[in-house]
Design a protein around this ligand. Sequence first.
Ligand code: MSP
Length: 698
Amino acid sequence: MPEKFYITTPIYYVNDVPHIGHAYTTVAADVMARYQRLLGRDVYFLTGTDEHGQKVEKTAAAKGVTCQEFADSVAPRFRELCGALGASNDGFIRTTEPRHKEAVQRMFTLLQEKGAIYKGEYEDWYCVPCESFWTELQLNGGKCPDCGRDVDKLKEESYFFKLSEYGDRLAEKIESGELVIMPESRKNEILSFVRSGLRDLSVSRTSFTWGIPVPGDERHVIYVWLDALTNYLSALGWPDETGDYAKYWPADTHVIGKDILRFHAVYWPAFLMAAGLPLPKRIFSHGWWTKDGEKMSKSRGNVVDPFAVVADLDELGLGADAFRYFLLREVPFGLDGDFSKDAMVTRINTDLANDLGNLHFRTINMIEKYLDGEIPALEGRELPTVLAGNAEGGSYDACWEFHGLYESFRARMDEMAFSEALQAVWRLISEANRLIDHTAPWALAKSDKPEDRRKLVEVLGVSAQVLKASSVLLHPFMPVKTQAIYGQLGHADSLDAFTLTNSNRYFMYDPGQRIVRGPAPFPRIETDKIRAKKAAAEAAASGKPAPVSKVSVGRDAPGAPEVKKASPSPQPSPARGEGAKASSAPAPDSDARIKIDDFMKVDLRVGRVLEAERVPKSDKLIKMRIDIGAEVRQIVGGIGKSFGPEELVGRTVVVVANLRPAKLMGIESQGMVLAAGEPDTLMLAGFDADVLPGTKVK
Ligand code: MSP
């Protein structure tokens, strides 16, 4: 029998539309659920909607609909959010469902039977939006300490839960680790709150009606948090203690935001203790997102709509996976973070399009081109020569050490340190890219020497294994894209059913496995193009001419004289002065010599080739996108007889950055790449160590 794993998100208030905060909790819980499935566990992943309370009652009244009608109109949006984000939830609970109402009423009577609830009178400060009572001392300048809004003095008959009796036992359980609260700082916060003394808690209300009635005393509705928290049980069929409840309770992890920690880490365990039910094992409280440095709120109008973000990314061919990756990579889980589109684009372009995208592109293309599409089977070989001994540019052993990676990845994932777990995989990806850079398979492929052939097979075999390892380990984060990469490595099975055990064997290939070519999984986001397109669309809508965009500047400049400079056959490197063309170099004392000032006019920059493709109907021209630090240039070069696109992607080159744009076969070229030699034996000018793109060459 596989071990079980029960994970939950908070149930979301229908009083709000889905925003990035909801998306964050759902994505994090989903990644954990998928990771646990990858480990072979029997997972139950629950989410849902919280539909009772005074706020819902007020909103529904304002809209002139019944509370149920209002809840029915909003709840489906949260279900749709799960779909849009690729969440793999097994259950979805709504607190207005009969199964939930029954469970909440049973919880209430159970607590009464156990002597944990008594009737009394309540008088305190009440914050309507937060649905919380506060003592005089807790108020912040007379306002609600949570939201800063006005509070009202309320006195009402109420049922109370004897929370004050559970402080010591609760502190013990938290201290002993029986109930884990993460991160550590949050645990300490809760412990000091508990130790400062707990007051009994009002668990019913008579001031509104939209809730679950107290059994036998229907003037009271059950406190919304007692109602809401019970969803974690009702979704499993409790009070029936067989079936899913028997299988999955207690929860292994409740994922929540920091604002609702107290309800989960104090009230919820106390209710369960009083009811004689087992406590959840772990509560993880994550941080909050702001938008461009500001708190998100409806009134500011800066709430990030996850549907819109996913739709934009879908249009770019990236989908929800890129959003999921960004959310969990950008900010260490547990800390607050700031959302901006620029940060998201940079993250996607750097990590996904460049690093992982390059490894994918080069591996697939080179295996197809040099090994006839067959993935090398390295098992049984001695430690590949490319990995043994050749320490140039970093430890190649790291590529081979899947076992070490797996251990550190697991350790990070187990503690929900998602960003760090991703970094561990990225170290491997970078290592593999470096291995390709340094062994230059495109050069090995041209050699007749047997040891070069062996090296070629090994480096591409290792690249394929790293790509496979990455697609498996990253599957919980990016379920769609990793499946696509895995499929291109010739696997027909679903990664959803893949079970990882502690073995390197998983990343090995048997002979005969073949590449199945497919589209690039992570197209680069061209912000310039998007802006230009948007401006054009806006202009079209307003009937005004489109403003000249950054991308289109000079593009169609008629008769631009620079065509010659951006010639498909780059000039030989003046520094080398080799070959036939070099012989036509001016004599040293000729008047044609230039002054240093003239040379300095040429802006030479280090560039890194991000993408490369052949220009249709040309055997010479290659269109590249080259990162030159401050921007990405499209450059068309006449190097196609010497290089294939897969040999160029990831290469560091020298770019003439201040050439006027010119058109080659109708395609704009915004610079020139330096190379030397004849068209079919060209060598690219480069560096003997890594240099950052954008660095000036002088
Ligand atoms: N209904 C209660 C939970 C009951 S669970 C038994 C609730 N709902 S909520 O819709 O207001 O919030 C749900 C989750 O979204 C919480 O975990 C909250 O922390 C999270 N977020 C809301 N805004 C957020 C951000 N701006 N950033 C990150 N998460 C935030 O609370």
